[in-house]
Design a protein around this ligand. Structure first.
Ligand SMILES: NC(=O)c1ccc[n+]([C@@H]2O[C@H](COP(=O)([O-])OP(=O)(O)OC[C@H]3O[C@@H](n4cnc5c(N)ncnc54)[C@H](O)[C@@H]3O)[C@@H](O)[C@H]2O)c1
Length: 261
């Protein structure tokens, strides 16, 4: 037993965190959580208006919040974003690769254009951001990267077909494990957070039109409901903080038990 205090282990005071796509949905909830634990937040977002609203909520937590406009699959935007963070803060402690998109269709109908877009945003983007930020964290000898993958990286969802999305998230899990093992002795931890069905803008349209798929999802989920965005808050702080100092290359499922059945 050490003499550490568990609440201090969860504290992010004096640290900063980049959250890509942090203006809404899961990214917003996780950004607020990290701010409540004491971290300054940088939101890297395509849609600036939504991000500026979230910025106000985060600043009300008493921390600094910077919004940087950028497309997180575009290498120039990513490099400019990282340079701006280094100019303003001189370091990067936490990175949450959260920006992502969903496209669904039967595999035989998926266009090459849609396939490439999903892989670009959900896999190539997080790779480039992690490489750029990883180089800084390796120099610092410390950092925590959280890749928002999905249970779709390890199971095939039903009834909706979504091969590109599933492949992108499966790839992100293997990218997580690869970077985690390469950087494990150099102070940089990399973990995958794998949510199940959480009600956000990504699926809101299905909920509004009472898509029968929702009933199917619930019937396959032991908790028989979708998750709320606030149910990602605790795990984000855990993975970002020293509370998870021996955790790297992990795949943490937050899915109401979906993958247990
Ligand atoms: N909601 C779910 O059920 C669920 C389940 C598992 C995993 N996820 C993952 O969680 C993450 C967040 O999803 P969400 O449900 O909050 O969706 P969302 O659509 O509400 O939010 C996604 C955010 O990413 C941003 N974004 C998309 N492409 C971008 C790009 N190229 N550059 C910068 N920002 C970009 C969007 O503008 C938006 O702010 C995604 O990676 C998603 O795949 C969601």
């Amino acid at each position: 037993m050490g003499s550490k205090n568990v609440m201090e282990l969860f504290s992010l005071k004096g640290r900063n965190a980049i959250v890509t796509g942090g203006g809404q949905g899961l990214g917003k909830a996780m950004a607020i959580a990290l701010a409540q634990a004491g971290a300054d937040i940088i939101i890297a977002a395509r849609r600036i208006e939504t991000a500026l609203e979230t910025q106000k909520i985060i600043e009300a937590e008493g921390v600094k919040c910077t919004v940087i406009k950028g497309d997180m699959r575009n290498e120039d935007d990513i490099k400019r974003m990282v340079a701006q963070v280094m100019d303003e803060y001189g370091k990067i402690d936490i990175l949450v690769n959260n920006a992502g998109i969903w496209r669904g269709d039967d595999a035989e109908k998926v266009t090459t254009e849609d396939w490439k877009e999903v892989i670009d945003v959900n896999l190539t983007g997080p790779f480039i951001v992690s490489r750029e930020v990883g180089n800084i964290m390796l120099k610092q000898g410390k950092g925590s990267i959280i890749n928002v993958a999905s249970m779709s990286g390890i199971i095939v969802n039903t009834p909706q077909n979504q091969c590109a999305y599933n492949a992108s998230k499966g790839g992100l899990i293997m990218l997580t494990r690869s970077m985690a093992t390469e950087w494990a002795t150099r102070g940089v931890r990399v973990n995958a957070l794998c949510p199940g069905y959480i009600r956000t803008e990504m699926s809101e349209d299905r909920y509004r039109r009472k898509d029968p798929a929702i009933e199917r999802w619930f019937s396959m989920t032991p908790m028989a409901r979708s998750g709320r965005t606030d149910e990602l808050m605790g795990i984000a702080v855990y993975l970002a903080s020293d509370a998870s100092s021996f955790v790297t290359g992990a795949m943490i499922l937050v899915d109401g038990g979906y993958t247990a059945w």
